[in-house]
Ligand binder design. Structure first.
Ligand SMILES: [Zn+2]
Ligand SMILES: [Zn+2]
Length: 109
């Protein structure tokens, strides 16, 4: 299960994401990409800087503490001949994204 927390992207961070990608690709609200977790910080994807191997994340904790951070991609690959890569960042808590898709029939992301 994916964490169900959403966060509105602060205007300055939204503008920053729009500068780095196409404006229509920058969402004004993001959902936490981690697997369900009880506490700690939430991470929503702002902008995937694909070719450089890192992405811009919105990190928040509570309702006031929010910031953008650039984090390297998680290097974990699902087991198997054509294993799927993890969509999260290195050092994330909880499970890799492909651990969820291995169990669920449809991927919601
Ligand atoms: Zn979360
Ligand atoms: Zn991972």
């Amino acid at each position: 299960m994916r964490c169900t927390h959403w966060r509105r992207v602060p205007l300055d961070l939204l503008r920053e994401a729009q500068r780095k990608s196409a404006p229509e690709c920058a969402d004004s609200a993001v959902q936490c990409q981690l697997a369900t977790h009880d506490d700690g910080e939430h991470y929503g994807l702002l902008h995937d800087v694909g070719e450089y191997g890192f992405a811009l994340w919105l990190r928040w904790c509570g309702s006031t503490d929010v910031e953008s951070v650039a984090l390297p991609d998680c290097p974990a690959i699902a087991p198997g001949p054509d294993g799927e890569g993890c969509c999260l960042f290195v050092g994330h808590i909880e499970r890799h994204t492909w651990e969820d898709t291995l169990e669920e029939i449809s991927c919601t992301s």
